[in-house]
Design a protein around this ligand. Sequence first.
Ligand code: RIB
Length: 304
Amino acid sequence: MQPRVAVVGSTMVDLIAYVSRAPSAGETVLGDDFRIGFGGKGANQAVMARLLGADVAMVNALGDDVFGTMTMANFETLGIDTSHVARVPGASGVAPIWVEADGANRIIVVPGANGAMRPEDAVIALEALAPLDVVIGQLEIPQAVTAAAFAAARALGAKTVLNPAPAADLDPALLAAADWLIPNETEFARLSGSSSEATDAEITAFAAAAGARVVVTLGSRGAALLGADGVVRRIPASAVRAVDTTGAGDAFIGAFAYGLAAGLTEEAAVGLGVRCATESVLRPGTQSSFPRGDRTLELLAGRD
Ligand code: RIB
């Protein structure tokens, strides 16, 4: 059977401006390029897991606007189950993004319809979608929805993976239902109250306090996995020249979730996540930058 993954999370349409230098307050600068693409941390993670071969369902709410219609068509083209993607009155989520010359980004998320998701609908969706191997969540929809979904997922025998992004304090009910916590360095510093360097001791202490398994993503330095044996292993990324880092963290999460669902070792799942994230920074755009086709087979085989 194919690995089965559900994402209870966000969708956005990304409005990306490429600039050599971001403007200061009150300043106007000329941009170099502009793209509209499919985004949202939840949708991006769903797409990466799907491109690697998982059977993926999205649980989400879209607006009744053209962005909602385009997003639904994108999921369907990719073969993602949309039977639990609702359409609600109003605007779909959007994300204005600036990408500077070194590939670094600044993102504003306007959740729109993502904020209309309800806990009871997420629970009904997961019960209908079971059996599931992994359920993924982020923080771009109400935390109460993700908390209810994770509790249901656990009761159904699925592993839960929380990407606590964008950085925010966590609802205790959500934290209690998360098997895996996967922050980046900034989110790790916010949640743990420690340095953004994510030392081995800080990661170990954070996991003990959270009561969850932990991976910290480290951008161009790869990721740190706290193993079940209590040892922190650092999985490096290949050195590349980044064009656009938007969605790289989501490529990691989607690939890691695929790996867990497919029965890879945890270290192999992290390695796959690092390779997919590294590949995604080589091209502009969010989902459009993710590896596909034969390239996914190479990445699955462990080749950079
Ligand atoms: O992680 C990148 C994503 O964050 C973008 O696609 C944007 O939509 C925001 O959700």
